[in-house]
Design a protein around this ligand. Structure first.
Ligand SMILES: [Zn+2]
Length: 271
């Protein structure tokens, strides 16, 4: 089955990973800007990163027939530095018309601090002024529930936001309901050590149905599994779910969500 991984950090992965993904049926990836594992010292560091995301990664993915898309921002962790964040936000519009740039992301909260919230709102304002879609990172573990509530409160307070153009990612059992009921898209991240397993993601599809639901690997430089979406497909098959339902979650839904972006020019593979 062809699938799209809507959240994966390929800059942290090898070319061999692209080859493995292609062999498993992956035909598209979307790569949000994220924390590199160290704090960048200047906006110029982000400029170089955005160059990599918009120029080299699409080329590397293309070697294996994978279409690469990306999202730009300063991540929540480095957003604690508001001065740096404002420099980066001011630079982002220079990249928004490049092919494959789907919007602003992954913005959000990390430790739910005041500075993170300030920078989150300034990203939202940029997205509204430039008519961009938004991809949102929700915090980890003990900070997740409160952080998700704060994020949803900030989003619903802004009447300019079209909720069908916002993806709230890394949802779990205790956060998925308000995201879907709010009219947003929800992403489930399949991680080996935290967030969500393929089994738990399949449970949530069974409970909530496939509408506005995405699954991703969020493969990155830490413990993660870039082929996790294929594990989800297998889990759904083991449970006897029809191929049409599985394809909706792993292929049709990403196409529907990304298709709202002006820079999403996906060439569907022949089937
Ligand atoms: Zn991420």
């Amino acid at each position: 089955m062809y699938y799209i991984d809507p959240h994966i950090h390929m800059v942290s992965r090898t070319t061999d990973d692209y080859e493995t993904l292609a062999k498993m049926g992956c035909v598209g990836v979307s790569e949000p800007a994220f924390w590199a594992g160290y704090d960048r010292g200047s906006a110029a560091g982000f400029r170089d990163y955005f160059e990599q995301l918009t120029a080299f990664e699409p080329k590397r993915a293309g070697w294996f027939g994978i279409q690469h898309y990306t999202w730009l921002c300063i991540n929540a962790k480095e957003a604690e530095n508001v001065v740096l964040a404002r420099d980066v936000i001011a630079m982002i519009p220079q990249f928004l018309d490049r092919p494959g740039v789907l919007g602003i992301g992954e913005i959000g909260l990390n430790k739910n601090t005041r500075n993170e919230a300030i920078v989150f709102l300034e990203h939202i304002d940029l997205a509204m002024k430039t008519n961009e879609q938004i991809l949102i990172h929700t915090p980890h573990l003990e900070d997740k529930y409160q952080g998700t509530r704060m994020i949803l409160d900030m989003l619903t307070a802004d009447s300019r936001i079209d909720r069908s153009r916002v993806l709230v990612d890394h949802v779990e059992e205790h956060t998925i309901r308000p995201v879907l009921e709010g009219g947003f898209w929800a992403g489930m991240t399949l991680y080996p050590v935290s967030k969500c397993t393929p089994q738990r993601a399949a449970d949530m599809v069974e409970i909530y149905g496939p509408e506005r639901l995405l699954v991703n690997s969020a493969g990155d430089w830490g413990p993660s599994k870039p082929t996790a979406v294929a594990d989800f497909i297998l889990e759904m098959r083991k449970r006897g779910h029809p191929e049409g339902l599985i394809r909706r979650v792993v292929y049709d839904n990403p196409l529907e969500f990304f298709g709202q972006s002006r820079n999403f020019a996906f060439a569907a593979p022949d089937v």
